[in-house]
Design a protein. Structure first.
Length: 638
């Protein structure tokens, strides 16, 4: 896209408002998510807290437009603010802080003579990036005594070191996004379903109208009213238990007691209006495949248990997922081979026919930044004890996972997803954990920080932001600077709010994430080293073959309706929580298309967008209410 078409600049006003919103989100998230345990401010790749603030700003802009005030925000300013909130929203949560803080203190707090951690791996822990001071460790979990200040100085050196690592990781993912942007946005024309609602909300009204088509549509307001009324009643019931409520969660476990059907446990029906609304925007092939492959995995688990096989259905399916990722990344780069070669040529030679003048970064900067950030991450890892080439291998596996998951979000519309394996699992299965040093395993434990729970990782947010900028003709280099500033500010505020919350409330009162699980996993690796897991490796190979077949059928035959993305997302918490909502959304869209075709589909679309809009509004209201009442209410998966 030429520079002439991208004419809107990032204004100082939008930058300041965006930073204010980023600071607000990062301040509230740890207290709300972990102590109050309410609806996660972020929690997925359509962060409800950020969207609530975006809704408020959009409605305020409409009110100011009504009075013809010069303070009303423009379409481009609203999208700039939205993009800034997007990239920062996950940082105080699973994007970094959720696992990071307690990983630096937990081994010292949970070490006992019985588990013998001190002699097993303490000498491999890099004390320069850990928090070892006894009182700082104790008060992190048990809370500060009255009048005791947060031990900021103890955390200063580790925080600076880990901030450098986090920023290098963010830079590498930004660079990957820049390299793939044109391929996915302009060549393959990904659908970007999570971008549709924000861009429709900021659309310019028709001549003589103060409201745009989205806000004027009564069908949208009917859709919004449904989740608002449901969650208003259910939220009040949390405060007043005698009130009735509308059940949205149903467990099927009592029906699955006897073997082999017990292998399907846990299985639940969870209804989320927002998920149903977004599913309506997806291709019926994608939405069908998501719930179909999840239930197929459950049935596969039944067959495995009934056969008496020496492995679980979860292991079989999870390793197939890992293989599916390999086939998907090969396919991604096969489709993008000409574009990627063009990026390389533009980066290292003068190619005037390749225009990167309005890319978020020039291709040279993006490619050099990707290589340099990867090298620095591996170098820093080697300084604290990890093998340099092992670090490079882990980063390459992480990039593979990041690209595949970003594809799932931006084209598949999977706003809530996880991969229940670590990048290093590929290497441990293929080569065997016994081939690596105890020191390597110890440092690899910190994968938990940013490479395991990817429900809020930053790359899909970056790619969705680039797409959203097209709708309002923003200058992408300026937007990139605004987004990076939001990341830096968000990182600093997240550290502050996270430490304040943990020390004043105590880690024992902060939910179920803050346990010694990573160190128990490390103990198993050190005490029971293994050789190459040939059985699991064969499952990975099976996953590659099945995924390859699905990709071939999908792109070779028009009549084939099963999408390969569903096969790569079956064993994690994400499909467990949202498969039933995907099923409802798929049923709704299928029936509507059968009855009235595309015309009726278009007429009903505002209703389903309204469901997302309404759930975000009431969700934000309950988040605010919980800050005062201290009673959390969770209405979205996370």
């Amino acid at each position: 896209m030429s520079l002439k078409k991208q004419s809107n600049s990032v204004t100082i006003r939008s930058l300041l408002v965006g930073l204010f919103c980023v600071i607000l989100l990062c301040l509230v998230t740890p207290y709300n998510d972990y102590y109050l345990r309410g609806t996660f401010v972020s929690g997925n790749h359509f962060p409800i807290g950020a969207f609530f603030l975006f809704c408020i700003l959009s409605l305020l802009t409409i009110a100011l437009r009504w009075f013809r005030s010069r303070w009303q925000l423009s379409q481009a300013e609203l999208i700039t603010i939205w993009c800034m909130m997007l990239v920062a929203a996950g940082i105080p949560s699973a994007g970094f802080i959720r696992y990071h803080l307690w990983m630096l203190v937990s081994p010292y707090y949970f070490a006992t003579p019985e588990n013998d951690w001190k002699s097993l791996f303490f000498h491999h822990l890099p004390e320069s990036i850990m928090v070892t001071e006894p009182k700082a460790v104790k008060y992190f979990y048990e809370g500060l005594p009255a009048g005791e200040p947060v031990p900021w100085l103890v955390w200063l050196k580790p925080a600076l070191a880990w901030s450098a690592y986090a920023l290098l990781t963010f830079i590498s993912l930004i660079s990957l996004s820049v390299i793939l942007r044109k391929q996915w946005v302009e060549h393959e024309r990904f659908s970007f379903p999570l971008v549709k609602l924000p861009t429709e909300m900021v659309a310019i009204p028709s001549a003589g109208q103060r409201l745009n088509a989205f806000f004027r549509n009564p069908i949208m307001w009917f859709g919004a009213a449904l989740p608002i009324l449901i969650h208003l009643l259910n939220g009040l019931q949390r405060h007043y238990p005698n009130l009735p409520f509308i059940p949205l969660h149903f467990t099927l476990n009592p029906l699955l007691i006897n073997k082999p059907w017990s292998a399907m446990r846990s299985l639940s029906i969870l209804i989320y209006p927002s998920i149903i609304g977004f599913t309506y925007l997806l291709s019926v092939d994608v939405s069908f495949s998501f719930w179909f492959f999840y239930l197929l995995y459950k049935l596969q688990s039944v067959v495995v248990l009934a056969s008496g096989a020496p492995f679980s259905g979860w292991t079989l399916a999870n390793r197939q997922e890992m293989g599916g990722y390999i086939s998907l990344i090969i396919f991604v780069f096969w489709l993008a081979r000409r574009h990627v070669w063009g990026v390389i040529c533009k980066a290292f030679s003068h190619q005037p026919q390749i225009d990167d003048s309005n890319e978020p970064l020039t291709y040279r900067v993006a490619l050099v930044a990707l290589i340099l950030s990867t090298y620095l991450i591996a170098l820093l890892s080697s300084v604290i004890g990890l093998s340099f080439w092992l670090a490079v291998g882990v980063m390459l596996c992480f990039y593979m996972m990041a690209i595949v998951l970003t594809w799932m979000v931006t084209d598949g519309g999977f706003l809530f997803l996880l991969a229940i394996f670590r990048p290093s699992d590929y290497l441990m299965i293929a080569f065997g954990s016994a081939r690596f040093r105890d020191q390597d395993h110890t440092i690899l434990t910190f994968e938990k920080t940013m490479m395991f729970d990817l429900r809020e990782f930053i790359m899909p947010h970056i790619m969705n932001s680039f797409k959203a900028s097209d709708a309002v003709q923003l200058r992408r280099p300026q937007l990139m600077l605004a987004m990076f500033l939001a990341i830096v500010v968000g990182l600093g505020v997240a550290y502050y709010s996270g430490l304040m919350t943990w020390y004043h409330k105590g880690g024992h009162n902060m939910g179920y994430w803050f346990d010694p699980e990573p160190w128990n996993r490390l103990t198993a690796y050190l005490n029971f080293p293994k050789q190459t897991a040939w059985l699991e490796l064969s499952f990975i190979g099976l996953g590659m073959l099945v995924m390859g077949l699905l990709i071939f059928m999908r792109y070779r035959f028009l009549w084939w309706r099963v999408h390969p993305l569903g096969y790569a997302m079956t064993t994690s918490w994400a499909p467990f929580t949202v498969w039933s909502s995907f099923f409802i959304g798929w049923i709704c869209k299928t029936v509507i298309l059968k009855i009235g075709g595309f015309k009726l589909f278009r007429q009903c679309q505002p209703f389903f967008l309204g469901m997302v809009f309404g759930e975000a509004l009431i969700g934000g209201i309950w988040i605010i209410a919980s800050l005062f009442t201290k009673v959390g209410y969770r209405l979205m998966p996370g």
